[in-house]
Design a protein around this ligand. Structure first.
Ligand SMILES: [Zn+2]
Length: 481
């Protein structure tokens, strides 16, 4: 069988996390609100109203474009994309057609064989449409309900070039994009809530070929896992068709997450004529140098740059640097903790990866929800370094500090957690243990020296973990002789 290669392009719609909609003062995020609660004459297209562009939406678009290494335009325009659909009360969507806010650009996709540039073909601002929902009742039969809350919600449409070749790479692209959107603070990027939506164009070709064959479009995929599964299934289907001598039809396919299957939505006809024309109710967007500079001054160090710097400056393994830069707040936290601690950054990394992240994962939280400050973490590590407490007590402090907001030192004092290294106290406990275990003492003396671990464990337990293990072992050895 010949070897095939898939060619995949991803079209994403990103909901910007502005407070209000793109052309009116309605609340933008309606996730917790009932249908048709955040609407007004502007976003429902009443006659005689005028849209006013939300400055924050432009600023977030410029930030994203900069992070995509795109060419940000000093002058861009809005256009009307005309089509009829019940969830589009104006009869047109305000979008950007030929003069959008940015041109070109690329995103680095780190892959096992090295980073690859995925080109960005399109990046523009537009408004979202509403949502329709079918409802079936025995009384009225089928009803179609319309919710206009999403009308006018600011979106960025971003389309990649055909630079992705496997389902895993498509998933990796979306994971990177989601990380970047959150990092920049431009979108919550929650796919389950529709903040980040992805459609995939898929075609196949013989490996080594450069032709672009007929592609299909997969819609209705609302998680990264679904994108991966749907693309995998579609590549397999196309290979089967081609091997059977059939041609690929330019279908639009819908993914059903429950049955994990693709079904044909419609045959894709020639591209619809949207009769684009300039939006006459909006002024051109003029991004002068001062405004551009002001926006770009807020562009943070990007995740891949920071990851490289963590390896370079702190000597972290690439794996640690990758995990610690997964979220901007987490990487900021790490740097602050390293500074507060002053010792080996790898020690701080170990504590964060093993204890802080585990606690966050257990509780379903992200780093922004940390009550335990970087200074608290540094203090806990120092208490262990200075042998005031042992390691297991130190690790147990992490959730305690998170819950109480108290400093590690205050908790150690209040709960009497300081390590018992006083030999007399440990000897007293050890004697009790030996007195209570004549059978084990006899076995030990008969040569079963592996019982030492058990004796140490008993003393540790009776001291509620505070006895210093090394002192305990030394004392037990003396007593048993
Ligand atoms: Zn409105």
């Amino acid at each position: 069988m010949p070897e095939y290669e898939a060619v995949i392009g991803l079209e994403t719609h990103i909901q910007l996390n502005t407070t209000t909609k793109i052309f009116c003062a309605c609340k933008a995020d309606s996730w917790d609100d009932g249908p048709n609660t955040n609407i007004c004459p502007v976003c429902t297209g009443m006659p005689g109203v005028l849209p006013v562009l939300n400055k924050a939406a432009v600023e977030k678009a410029v930030l994203l474009a900069a992070a995509m290494h795109a060419d940000i335009q000093n002058l861009s325009f809005f256009d009307r994309k005309n089509y009829f659909y019940p969830d589009l009360p104006k009869g047109y969507q305000i979008s950007q057609y030929d003069r959008s806010i940015a041109r070109g650009g690329f995103m680095y996709l780190p892959l096992p064989e090295g980073a690859r540039q995925v080109r960005i073909h399109k990046l523009h601002l537009e408004e979202d449409a509403g949502k329709t929902k079918n409802e079936f009742t025995s009384a009225s039969g089928r009803r179609r309900l319309i919710d206009f809350n999403r009308c006018g919600v600011p979106l960025i449409e971003m389309v990649t070039g055909p630079d992705i070749h496997t389902a895993d790479e498509a998933a990796a692209y979306l994971i990177r994009l989601r990380q970047l959107l959150r990092w920049l603070g431009v979108s919550e990027a929650d796919m389950e809530k529709g903040h980040l939506r992805a459609d995939a164009n898929v075609s196949i070709r013989l490996k080594g070929s450069t032709v672009l064959n007929t592609k299909t479009e997969i819609k209705n995929v609302n998680s990264i896992e679904a994108v991966r599964s749907a693309i995998e299934k579609e590549i397999e289907r196309q290979i089967r068709e081609v091997e059977a001598g059939h041609s690929i039809k330019p279908w639009t396919l819908s993914w059903d997450d429950e049955t994990q299957t693709l079904s044909k939505m419609r045959s894709k006809e020639t591209e619809a004529d949207y009769r684009y024309f300039r939006e006459p109710d909006l002024l051109p967007v003029r991004l002068d140098d001062a405004w551009r500079a002001q926006i770009l001054a807020t562009l943070p160090e990007l995740p891949l740059e920071r990851r490289a710097r963590f390896v370079q400056d702190y000597g972290l393994p690439a794996y640690d640097a990758e995990i610690l830069t997964g979220e901007r707040a987490l990487s900021d936290y790490f740097e602050a903790a390293v500074k507060a601690y002053g010792g080996d950054p790898k020690t701080v990394s170990n504590w964060m990866m093993n204890d802080v992240l585990r606690m966050l994962n257990d509780r379903g939280l992200t780093a922004t929800a940390l009550n335990m400050t970087p200074a608290h973490l540094a203090e806990a590590i120092r208490l262990v370094d200075d042998k005031v407490i042992n390691t297991s007590t130190g690790k147990a402090l992490v959730p305690k500090v998170q819950d109480s907001g108290k400093s590690p030192k205050a908790i150690v004092e209040a709960e009497g957690l300081a390590k018992v290294s006083d030999e007399d106290a440990i000897r007293a406990i050890a004697l009790q243990v030996l007195d209570a275990s004549p059978a084990e003492v006899a076995s030990y003396k008969a040569g079963k020296t592996t019982l030492m671990g058990w004796f140490v464990g008993q003393v540790m337990r009776q001291s509620r973990g505070k006895a210093d293990p090394q002192t305990t072992r030394t004392l037990l050895e003396q007593l048993l002789q």
